[in-house]
Structure formats: structure tokens, C-alpha cells
Write a protein that binds this ligand. Structure first.
Ligand code: GTP
Length: 255
């Protein structure tokens, strides 16, 4: 007993301090699809669950907003003639499927989770209740928010920004397929340059693909930082929570 307590003390002394106490991780639906581009890839969701576990066990409070584009893309359906509101509701349902899959993957690695949905479906998940979500986080549970904002015409990026502020998170970690924000799509343009940091206004004026303009505006009005990073790099969440300069940070003023 004494030995194990001593071990804990030594670990506490040697471990660098976490930069954040509470964060919101935004995962796109495509992130769950891995290389297949559609649906949920088993290996990918397990990888994501292990990455989340790695920071959760450090004591970081972590909430997740998941997208649904791996199952249904509202904007594509709208372009093909579907009513926008209908398409958006279908997209919100897709996020519920992804959230339950992530819950399962996290529980397989023995991380306690709660799923809260913006669209009430009480047989499947808890309704979104802000104060309850915060209690879950305080108890070390990973809270997965699904159903977007519950409203059509809003993206899951906006849901991520909104929930992050509601739960008193300090930052939005926006997971992407590249290691930050570039002048152009680095997967298509080899001359694209990476930004280490950007202001909200620069993102909006240059129409950079970080989050949609509603989400960026919400963050700008509330001085809420966003870090864009490549989730596929192993250990990157851990680097971020220890304050390493990875990815691109979007904030009010450049330093
Ligand atoms: P504590 O207050 O810490 O006990 O939180 P708790 O979430 O463990 O308590 P609660 O008794 O509210 O929940 C027990 C289980 O039921 C958890 O897995 C919840 O996610 C789940 N649960 C709670 N409310 C709902 C609901 O409205 N719908 C569904 N489907 N599950 C719910």
C-alpha cells in the first residue's frame, strides 16, 4: 500500500502539468471512417478510443462532439434536391450512430462514458442537460454529445463550439486529416504552407477551411481558442494537453 502510494507521489511530481483541465474534442464522421471513407472502420475507432483514454486517465476532462458525414452528408443530399431541413435531421441521426459506436469503443477500453443527445430519444441516450454533463465530466466520464445542436442549418462544428462554451471547456480540439491549417489543401497542393497560428478574422477573410463561419464567429465573439490537428498521429492528444506546439491554433490575437 505504502509502495503504491509512493509510486503515485513520484508520478505526480515527475509528470508535467496538464495545460488544460477540460477540453472539447470535435471528431468528424469521416474520422471514424478511416481510409474506407464510409461507415465506421473498426481499427480507426479503436485507435481513437485508445487516444482518448490516454488523456482521460491523466485526469483531463474530455467531452466529444461527433459528426455524421461518414453515414450521411446533408449538404450533398441538399445539392441533389433534398429539403435542407430534412437532410440536416438525417445528418443529426447519423451522429447518434457514431456516438454510440464511440461509446462502445471507449467502454471496451474501460473508459466510463455518457452519451447525451440534443434530440430527445430517451431509450437510446440521455437528453442533453448542461449541468448533468458537467457533473459527468467532474466524475471522470467522457461525455459524447450527439444530435448536433438539435437544429437544422447548423453544423456539428457549431455544435462543438456551442457545447464547449456551455460546459466551460477551455479549448476546442478540432481533429482533421492534416496536421493543421494550410494556405491550400496540402493533400492537393504541394506548395501549401502551414500556419502555426491564425486569428479568427484571418480564417474568415481567407475562407480557410477550419470550421464553418458560424462556428468561427461564435468562437471569435467569445474569445474561444480552437486547435486544429491531425488525429491520425499517435499520441498527439497527449502532446496537445501537455501544451506542445502542434497543429494550428486559432485565437483572437497572434503572439
Ligand atoms: P450519477 O448521478 O453519478 O449516478 O450518474 P449516472 O449517469 O451514473 O446516473 P443515472 O442513474 O442517471 O444513469 C445510469 C445510467 O443510465 C447511465 O448509463 C446513463 O447514461 C443512463 N441514463 C440516464 N438517463 C438516461 C436517459 O434518459 N436515457 C437513457 N437511454 N439512458 C439514461
Amino acid at each position: 500500500m505504502l509502495a503504491s502510494n509512493t509510486g503515485l507521489w513520484i508520478r505526480a511530481i515527475l509528470m508535467p502539468e496538464l495545460k488544460y483541465k477540460r477540453v472539447l474534442l470535435k471528431l468528424s464522421g469521416e474520422a471514424l471512417a478511416g481510409d474506407t471513407g464510409y461507415g465506421i472502420e473498426e481499427g480507426m475507432i479503436r485507435f481513437i478510443a485508445r487516444e482518448i483514454k490516454e488523456v482521460s486517465v491523466l485526469g483531463l476532462q474530455i467531452a466529444v462532439v461527433v459528426g455524421g458525414g461518414n453515414i450521411f452528408r446533408g449538404l450533398v443530399a441538399t445539392a441533389q434536391g433534398m429539403d435542407r431541413a430534412v437532410a440536416d435531421y438525417m445528418g443529426m441521426l447519423a451522429t447518434v450512430i457514431n456516438g454510440l459506436a464511440l461509446q462502445d469503443a471507449l467502454e471496451q477500453v474501460r473508459i466510463d462514458t455518457r452519451v447525451q443527445t440534443a434530440i430527445e430519444m430517451k431509450e437510446i441516450a440521455e437528453p442533453f442537460i448542461r449541468r448533468r454533463a458537467i457533473r459527468h465530466l467532474e466524475k471522470g466520464r467522457v461525455v459524447i454529445f450527439v444530435g448536433g445542436t438539435g437544429n437544422p442549418y447548423f453544423t456539428t462544428d457549431t455544435a462543438a463550439a456551442l457545447r464547449a462554451m456551455e460546459i466551460g471547456a477551455e479549448v476546442v480540439f478540432k481533429a482533421t486529416k492534416v496536421d493543421g491549417v494550410y494556405t491550400a489543401d496540402p493533400l492537393k497542393d504541394p506548395t501549401a504552407q502551414k500556419f502555426d497560428e491564425l486569428t479568427y478574422i484571418e480564417v474568415l477573410n481567407r475562407k480557410l477551411n477550419v470550421m464553418d463561419s458560424t462556428a468561427i464567429s461564435l468562437c471569435m465573439d467569445n474569445h474561444f481558442p480552437i486547435v486544429v490537428f491531425n488525429l491520425r498521429e499517435r499520441g498527439i492528444l497527449k502532446q496537445l494537453v501537455f501544451g506542445e506546439k502542434v497543429g494550428t491554433i486559432v485565437k483572437a490575437k497572434s503572439s
